[in-house]
Design a protein around this ligand. Structure first.
Ligand code: F6P
Length: 408
């Protein structure tokens, strides 16, 4: 059978195990010899026990587990040609020419580069007598299929990345817990959620927890944020509609009208607006306030809007009893939701089928979710688009960033 290996790379996320399980079982079902590569690219470079044949039962009882049972790492060695040479040798000597990579855009880019270099790596290995002529000929084509595992939902080309839904479950559970204690003490809580440079987790969290305010990287305050910012409904709508999970978010967005519209239509001082909003809520009988801050929230100058900063504004202006909760890696752990389990399963199966159908000319693909269909897209197109979003953000072109991040 064909040699096929699966590995997870970069930050872990819930649902990766479901994807690994699916790759292993689909691969075996289709007659492949399937391998785990442990510890991501590092395991591929180091070889040895890190590359181990998998069987049907080695992926039993993992679908419900968070993290990734085969480990993940950010690998410096693979960034150098010497590392990739070792990796190629480790694969060829085991007859592996099909790779399933589960990771973020960096991991997928690495896989693409590896494929581009494959021929020259094999030539060098042959020259140095590290592989035989037969091996050079037999394993001359490397096929790659990717899947995106990340809680951030920051990859262009897919409605949802594997892990995002579970992270939202974790966050909402935590906010619900915070709300009960906030209620008792009439407190304001500022919750920082993850997402790197993507506000998806923050927006969906804010909508589904009835937060009073949200700060996200894609919609920095229009003017000097200390003096002039409020989260405008129009902006919120634009951003929300472009952030992939359209069905859910569109449904929630109608609720958001009340949550987010600042009554005063004049765009002015954000501190005033925020404070007015919080005060109004309290006056109308609400015993608490929740403000969501995405960890990547920034102002128009690119300066971070941190939970500490927002707290200072609330305390200085309103003297409200205010606390901060930073959820951190709790969001990335714990058992995967049903959605992420199924997403991992579907994508894993599709990735293996893509590899089995590949011809020497087939470009690497990434399996994504589009309107609830698992589809195969050219890997580098999606990576390029994802990088273009980062560039647009760096150029302070927020509209373009939001547009690019939306579905095509
Ligand atoms: O990409 C996933 C993520 O959890 C981000 O949301 C966060 O910014 C980052 O990884 C944290 O990375 P680390 O686990 O290396 O601290």
């Amino acid at each position: 059978g064909k040699g096929l290996a699966v590995f997870t790379s970069g930050g872990d996320s819930q649902g990766m195990n479901a994807a690994v399980r699916s790759v292993v079982r689909m691969g075996i079902y289709l007659g492949c010899k399937v391998y785990f590569i442990r510890e991501g690219y590092q395991g591929m470079v180091d070889g040895g026990d890190n590359i181990e044949e998998a069987n049907w039962s080695s992926v039993s009882s993992i679908i419900h587990k968070g993290g990734t049972i085969i480990g993940s790492a950010r690998c410096m060695d693979f960034m150098k040609r010497e590392g990739r040479l070792k990796a190629a040798s480790n694969l060829v000597t085991r007859g592996i020419t099909n790779l399933v990579v589960i990771g973020g855009d960096g991991s997928l880019t690495g896989a693409n580069l590896f494929r581009q270099e494959w021929s020259s790596l094999l030539d060098e290995l042959l020259e140095n007598n590290r592989i035989t002529k037969d091996q050079r000929e037999k394993y001359k084509h490397l096929h790659i299929a990717g899947m995106v595992g990340s809680i951030d939902n920051d990859f262009c080309g897919t409605d949802m990345t594997i892990g995002t839904d579970s992270a939202l479950h974790r966050i909402i559970e935590a906010i619900d817990a915070i709300v009960s204690t906030a209620y008792s003490h009439q407190r304001t809580f500022i919750m920082e959620v993850m997402g790197r440079h993507c506000g998806y987790l923050a927006v969906v969290t804010a909508l589904s927890s009835e937060a009073d305010y949200v700060f996200i990287p894609e919609s920095p305050p229009t003017v000097d944020w200390r003096d002039k910012l409020c989260y405008k409904l129009e902006q919120a709508r634009v951003n929300i509609m472009s952030l992939y999970y359209l069905a859910l978010v569109a449904a929630l967005a109608s609720e958001a009208d009340q949550v987010f519209i600042p009554e005063d239509p004049v765009p002015n001082n954000w501190v005033e607006k925020l404070c007015k909003r919080l005060q109004q809520e309290r006056k109308s009988g609400q015993r608490l306030n929740i403000i969501i801050v995405a960890e990547g929230a920034i102002d128009r100058e690119g300066q971070p809007i941190t939970a500490e900063l927002v707290k200072k504004v609330v305390v200085d202006n309103l003297q409200q009893d205010t606390r901060i909760t930073v959820l951190g890696h709790v969001q990335r752990g714990g058992s995967p939701s049903a959605f992420d389990r199924i997403l991992g399963c579907r994508m894993g199966a599709e990735a293996v089928m893509a590899l089995m159908e590949a011809t020497p000319e087939t470009e690497p693909c990434v399996v994504t979710l589009d309107g609830n269909q698992a589809v195969r897209l050219p890997l580098m197109d999606c990576v390029r688009r994802t990088k273009a979003v980062a560039q647009a953000m760096a150029d302070k072109n927020w509209d373009l960033a939001v547009q690019l991040r939306g579905r095509s």
